[in-house]
Each structure stands twice: as structure tokens, then as C-alpha cells.
Design a protein around this ligand. Structure first.
Ligand SMILES: Cc1cc2nc3c(=O)[nH]c(=O)nc-3n(C[C@H](O)[C@H](O)[C@H](O)COP(=O)(O)O)c2cc1C
Length: 203
């Protein structure tokens, strides 16, 4: 069983990312690997974890988490084998809240896989390129296929202050299924590495 989590990568009170993540969750729940019991999929919403700016006394590589909010986040991430990061693009980058959430942990990310769904004026792809770079340092392998949703063609937005509704072009669903195929395969393939003793020291 491969346990996947869809991570909602922004935390604003009214978020388009939550709308995109719900679409990802719905498509994932209809993916063959979930229907046949090979995989499960959960939603992890960063807003539910209410993480302050990183406030642990030790770097996460030591795995000695002192704060209850860190332990709760570590438990949620540690319980999953692979992740779909759903992210907007803020100033050509991922949101600070998402970078902060990644920075909190180390071992819980190691030797796992990730896929990406971004959104923005140009599909949010610059946030994904940055995410791939950051995740490599915590030993998360990013799969090739990723979904880039356009604010102009994949959403219906009447009021820019509101998230609007999602209406993805047909090819986006196909790409999301391809990404999930790759994510399930890589999450399973990396499992033997996750059984070795956790690396704790040495940057
Ligand atoms: C601080 C900030 C910076 C933004 N920068 C970009 C950007 O660089 N490129 C882009 O396509 N959209 C940008 N946007 C627009 C976002 O794509 C859009 O607001 C989106 O809804 C943000 O996701 P969220 O609703 O989940 O916060 C930016 C929005 C914010 C709030």
C-alpha cells in the first residue's frame, strides 16, 4: 500500500490552492491505483497545522523536535510515502509558508517521492522548479510529469479577491493521472531505502 498525501501549499484565508487541491484529491481518488487498493490518498492542509516561522532550537537533521506543532506535522508527513504538492506562485517562487513547512522536518521527507500541481498567471511553474531544488536537499525525488493550471484557462474567476471555481482543460486531468502513475511507482520503488537507519548528522 502506497500512502499519498496532497499538500495544500498556501495558507491565506481565501485560497485558490485549496480549490485546486480538492480537484487533485477528487482525481486521485478515481485513479486506478487508489481504486484497486494499491494506494491511498489524504489531504494535508498547511493551514490546519498553523506552523509558526521555524522555531525549533536544533536543525531538523537531528530529529529532536521540541515543539508540539513540529511533532504533529512530523507525524503527518512521516505517515505518508509520497506527496502531491499543490502550490501557487508568489513572486516567482513557492509561498513562504510552504518553504517553512518543508524546513521544519528532515527524516520524515527522506527517500520519498513527489509530484507537483501549480497554478498562476503562467501556470506557476517557477514555484515548481524551486520546489524541486529545495526538496532534493531533503531527499525527495520529484517525478517528471507535473500539472500547471492557468488562472486564465483552468479557472473561472469573476472576482480576484475570491478563489473562483476550477474548470481544468481536458488535458490537465490526463497529465494528473500520468503524474500519479509516476508518483505511485517511485513512492513504492523507494520503500527499501526507507527501512535503513535514519541519517541524523552530517550535512
Ligand atoms: C504575494 C503574491 C505574489 C504573487 N506572485 C505571483 C507570481 O509571481 N506569478 C503568478 O502567476 N501569480 C502570482 N500571484 C497571484 C497568485 O497566483 C494568485 O493570487 C493565487 O490565487 C494565489 O494562490 P492562493 O489563493 O492559494 O494564495 C501572486 C499572489 C500573491 C498573494
Amino acid at each position: 500500500m502506497v500512502k499519498l498525501a496532497v499538500i495544500v501549499g498556501s495558507t491565506r484565508p481565501v485560497r485558490r490552492t485549496a480549490v485546486a487541491a480538492q480537484w487533485v484529491l477528487d482525481v486521485a481518488r478515481a485513479h486506478p491505483s487508489v481504486l484497486d487498493g494499491t494506494a491511498t490518498v489524504d489531504l494535508l492542509d498547511l493551514a490546519d497545522f498553523d506552523l509558526p516561522l521555524l522555531d525549533e532550537p536544533l536543525p531538523p537533521l537531528f530529529g529532536d523536535y521540541r515543539n508540539a506543532h513540529t511533532r504533529r506535522w512530523a507525524e503527518a508527513v512521516g505517515a505518508h510515502d509520497g506527496f502531491v504538492f499543490v502550490t501557487p506562485e508568489y513572486n516567482h517562487a513557492m509561498p513562504a509558508a510552504l518553504k517553512n513547512a518543508i524546513d521544519y522536518l528532515f527524516a520524515e521527507w527522506n527517500d520519498k517521492a513527489a509530484g507537483f500541481v501549480s497554478h498562476g498567471v503562467q501556470g506557476g511553474t517557477r514555484a515548481v522548479e524551486q520546489l524541486r531544488q529545495v526538496l532534493a536537499e531533503v531527499k525527495v525525488a520529484g517525478v517528471r510529469s507535473s500539472v500547471a493550471l492557468s488562472a486564465f484557462t483552468d479557472f473561472v474567476i469573476d472576482d480576484p479577491a475570491l478563489p473562483g471555481t476550477i474548470a481544468p482543460c481536458e488535458h490537465q486531468t490526463g497529465t494528473l493521472h500520468e503524474m500519479l502513475d509516476e508518483l505511485v511507482a517511485w513512492s513504492a520503488a523507494l520503500r527499501p531505502l526507507r527501512t535503513r537507519p535514519t541519517e541524523r548528522v552530517g550535512a
